[in-house]
Design a protein around this ligand. Structure first.
Ligand code: GLU
Length: 430
């Protein structure tokens, strides 16, 4: 998507600024990433050859605290994307009132082509390259697309080796035995689920007569599909990067999950083998999944999935953005005109970073919480901020996305202005 992703992301800021009285200084501040690092990572491959991979880390804004955000492994990773994701993290952390700014990292790589040892060398090499740019009080890493607990463990371990002290709080989403938090793996989906339940009850909708389609069957997509199915929603379609399946009567999500997990193959999503017999289904494309006549559509894959081209075909009533940036700003306008309610990424997928915050707090205090405690605090945070955003959208007659940006901007503006504004300095009297 080239250079357009960041400018598209900035459009959302411009839209929300119309509703917020913050200083020009704050606006100017938020237009520019604080620091962007681009590195080449040498990796000794299993066959003895040396390959270089391109890596990035962007610290977008740290006014409200150390920057925070995941690391993505994907062939499409580029600086524009990482910068946009860091920008979204800034607003996400502010919307949830976490004491963090926004950051993000990534490596341009197809992790499926690497052996596990190569993946470990790459992950440790990334930390070697960015170690001076990060830290528990500076910039804190976490999982994102195609990175997981084990990779976070390697990263934390490598940072600790470099610093010669165990530093669990530099990375969240670690294995539990290395200081990870219970509930972190399911947190993105769990947070989304808490908000969906809250909003469905506000809208007077019941799970049993609500159909759902989920695009993306990674950690967040598969978990939200399972949570929705368990709560009684009818999940009629799921997909992964290769395509999807649709069953009018509803899919058996636990079987699909289990099969995909055990076979580690894309075939699982097509109900290959035994899962095939569980329910009658149709094979569909990702494009068809997005256009299904369902009540709830959950994009949980990559950004830019719903654009001005396919937005007119979308039939869902509600879209919950579990992915970061799945809808372009142009498409937003079209969906709005069609009366489709979009619940934005910076709220819906914020459960991940919220439990990352809990993990960081636990690492620093040395006191570890139970799963009940983590989920109770997560639910409280998600529902409180979702309610605020809902109220702003009702009071100001704006989309929920603009409301979420207004909510975040108020907090960001206040923090930036606390250091002084033009008006403050112009008034020479103390
Ligand atoms: N990568 C996740 C996100 O986009 C989680 C970030 C974090 O836990 O810091 O929100």
């Amino acid at each position: 998507m080239g250079l357009s992703l960041f400018s598209d992301a900035s459009t959302r800021l411009a839209q929300a600024l119309k509703f917020v009285a913050i200083s020009d200084d704050a606006i100017e501040h938020l237009k520019h990433p604080k620091a962007s690092l681009s590195v080449s990572i040498p990796v000794r491959m299993d066959n003895g050859s040396l390959r270089f991979f391109q890596g990035y880390r962007v610290r977008y804004d740290d006014t409200r605290g150390p920057t925070k955000g995941g690391v993505r492994y994907h062939p499409g990773v580029n600086l524009d994307e990482v910068q946009s994701l860091a920008f979204w993290m800034t607003f996400k952390c502010a919307a949830l009132n976490l004491p963090y700014g926004g950051g993000k990292g990534g490596i341009t790589v197809n992790p499926k082509e690497l052996s596990r040892l190569e993946l470990e060398r790459l992950s440790r090499g990334y930390i070697d390259a960015i170690a001076d740019f990060i830290g528990p009080d500076v910039d804190i890493l976490a999982p994102d697309m195609y990175t997981n607990q084990m990779i976070m463990g390697w990263m934390m371990d490598q940072y600790s080796i470099i610093k010669r002290q165990i530093s669990p709080a530099v990375v969240t989403g670690k294995p539990i035995t290395m200081g990870g938090s219970v509930g972190r793996e399911s947190a993105t989906a769990m947070g989304a689920f808490f908000v969906i339940e809250r909003m469905m009850s506000k809208l007077d909708r019941h799970p049993s007569n609500t159909t759902v389609a989920v695009q993306g069957f990674g950690n967040a997509g598969a978990t939200i599909a399972a949570l929705m199915a368990k709560a009684g929603y009818k999940v009629v379609a799921v997909s992964d990067s290769q395509g999807g399946i649709y069953a009018k009567k509803g899919l058996d999500i636990p079987s699909i999950r289990q099969y995909k997990h055990s076979s580690r193959s894309i075939q699982a999503v097509y109900c290959a083998g035994t899962v095939c017999s569980v329910v009658e289904h149709e094979v569909i494309t990702n494009e068809q999944l997005l256009a299904l006549d369902v009540d709830i559509l959950i994009p949980a894959a990559l950004e830019n999935q719903i654009t001005a081209t396919n937005a007119p075909q979308i039939q869902a009533k509600y879209i919950f953005e579990v992915a970061n940036g799945p809808i372009t700003s142009e498409a937003d306008g079209i969906l709005d005109q069609k009366g489709i309610m979009v619940f934005p990424d910076i709220l819906i997928n914020a459960g991940g970073v919220t439990v990352s915050y809990f993990e960081w707090v636990q690492n620093r205090s040395g006191l570890y919480w139970t799963l009940e405690e983590v989920n109770r605090r997560l639910q409280e945070k998600m529902v409180t901020e979702a309610d605020h955003i809902w109220t702003i959208s009702q009071d100001r007659s704006t989309s929920l996305r603009t409301a979420a940006y207004i909510h975040a901007l108020n907090r960001l503006g206040e923090a930036i202005e606390a250091k002084g504004t033009r008006d403050y300095y112009a008034n020479k009297r103390f």
